[in-house]
Design a protein around this ligand. Structure first.
Ligand code: GRF
Length: 206
């Protein structure tokens, strides 16, 4: 029985597209049953529609509070029977009620090598600016399970890229994005194949 996958996005959705492509190629034994965004104009929603995947906008403003916003998201996840939640360029902090309901079933992609350059405020370009400002020689991407702290859950996969002398945040972001598009679908594939074992903080590929 293939895994029912919900993907949460806030932006362009290139990571979502990588997962869609892997599902459609049959690499991932799963079905994307919902794409949900906190941004009504997120192109990720358009990508979902193009692939006949239910695309839903949930407004944080209309919800009135973080609690109500996350309650509404949890309700939608449960309505579609989501078994795995993928955060693919999703900016809001996931509410505790969702983390509790989906322990070790929420995968996030972070554009750096956790535990470096991560945590509150470290998203998108802020990450690459910090890497360059620090003078790091490698960067990369990390997939990890989501727990109640930001960018803190068990690491699933990491892949590094070199930082070049003449890099700008844009050129580094583009290089990191290419490995994001590799390790996110691979992490989802492993989860759907039941090949991710969790032992405390450590995640093992079985
Ligand atoms: C990218 O910076 C990625 O590193 C992070 O979210 C941003 C947008 O990704 N995960 P996407 O193109 O919306 O998937």
């Amino acid at each position: 029985m293939s895994t029912r996958i919900a993907v949460l996005c806030s932006g362009g959705g290139t990571n979502l597209q990588a997962v869609i492509d892997a599902v459609e190629a049959g690499t991932i034994d799963g079905e994307i049953v919902l794409v949900l965004s906190n941004a009504s104009k997120a192109y990720a929603l358009e990508r979902a529609r193009k692939h006949n995947i239910p695309a839903v906008f949930v407004s944080k403003k209309q919800a009135g509070s973080d609690e109500a916003f996350n309650d509404e998201i949890l309700k939608k996840l449960q309505e579609v029977g989501a078994e795995l939640v993928v955060l693919a360029g999703y900016l809001p902090i996931v509410g505790k009620q969702i983390v509790k309901a989906y322990e070790h079933r929420i995968i996030n992609i972070h554009p750096a090598l956790i535990p470096s350059f991560c945590g509150p405020g470290m998203y998108g370009h802020h990450v690459h600016e910090a890497v360059l400002a620090y003078g790091a020689k490698i960067s990369g991407a990390t997939t990890h399970f989501v727990d109640e702290e930001v960018d803190h859950g068990g690491v699933i996969m990491q892949r590094s890229v070199p930082v070049m002398e003449d890099d700008t945040p844009d050129t580094l972001a583009a290089r990191v994005l290419t490995v994001e598009h590799q390790i996110l679908p691979e992490s989802v594939r492993l989860f759907c194949a039941g090949k991710l074992g969790v032992d405390g903080r450590r995640v093992h590929v079985l």
